[in-house]
Design a protein around this ligand. Structure first.
Ligand code: ADP
Ligand code: MG
Length: 256
């Protein structure tokens, strides 16, 4: 991203929600792929010990997470088949409890420093967070300029949201001016359900502009793509899910 002054500015976005199964990893993979396809250099960081973002792009998790080793991250990144897209692989041993015990401030700062060094190399750094509000998610928030919240339009969608937003606000207070609310994206959207429309309307009434116009439809191609090691954009470029993720990329680029 080039400013009028000619200065190149990188953006770090974390995709977070303490609930599992809301589409964090899917959104991370497909946004990363979409931004790379649009010509940007992108690093996708897998912070979840389940390593779905890593395996979903056909890559192997690391034994030890690169964020807690002394290796510069440029030595730990893996290239993907998508031009411009690299992945910092996740590791099953990278867990809140053992790795960053007792919210060890030093360990958190090391993670943040590593993530920030990624921002010096790439146009976009996207972080796929674990389904928790623990130290890993806090470190990801602390290293980010924007947080994107995927929300599934279901009955309990709002549950836990207050807690999530509370943690985001804490990080914002700890690091004034560094983190902003990137937006809420509605995932697995099923317009045939009355409930979907209700949750959609509630969220837009409450959060207004923060909710992205683009919604991600429930689409089987989106769910199938990771088993082929591909983003849905490469697996089924013309399906509804692909088109939606491409539109979401454009909204994110416009919000820059
Ligand atoms: P999280 O990372 O928040 O746990 P995932 O991205 O892994 O959530 O998504 C949970 C499940 O829902 C996965 O099996 C994924 O393939 C599926 N899924 C996500 N988005 C869609 C979609 N738009 N349409 C159909 N299935 C989806
Ligand atoms: Mg996930």
């Amino acid at each position: 991203h080039v400013l009028a002054t000619g200065k190149i500015v990188s953006r770090t976005l974390c995709i977070a929600n303490q609930k599992g199964g809301v589409g964090k990893t899917t959104t991370s993979i497909n946004l990363a792929s979409g931004l790379a396809t649009a010509g940007h250099s992108v690093l996708l960081v897998d912070m979840d010990p389940q390593c779905n973002a890593t395996s979903g792009l056909g890559l192997e998790p690391a034994k030890q997470h690169p964020l807690i080793t002394n290796t510069p991250i440029r030595h730990s990144v893996l290239a993907t088949d998508v031009e411009g897209l690299d992945v910092l692989p996740g590791s099953g041993s990278f867990r809140d409890a053992d790795t960053l015990a007792n919210s060890d401030q030093t360990a958190t700062e090391i993670v943040v420093e590593h993530l920030r060094s990624g921002a010096l190399i790439y146009d976009y750094v996207l972080i796929d967070c674990p389904p928790s509000l623990g130290t890993l998610t806090r470190a990801a928030l602390a290293a980010s300029n924007e947080v994107v919240l995927p929300i599934q339009c279901e009955y309990f969608a709002m549950e836990g949201l207050t807690q999530m937003i509370g943690v985001i606000k804490e990080v914002m207070l700890e690091r004034p001016g560094e983190l902003t609310f990137g937006g809420i994206v509605l995932t697995m959207y099923d317009e045939s359900l009355e409930l979907t429309a209700e949750v959609d309307a509630d969220l837009r009434q409450f959060f207004g502009e923060v909710v992205f116009d683009t919604v991600i439809p429930r689409d089987v191609h989106v769910a199938e793509a990771p088993s082929h090691g591909l983003s849905v954009l490469d697996y089924a470029p013309r399906c509804r899910g692909s088109r939606a993720y491409t539109e979401l990329c454009m909204e994110i680029l416009e919000r820059d």
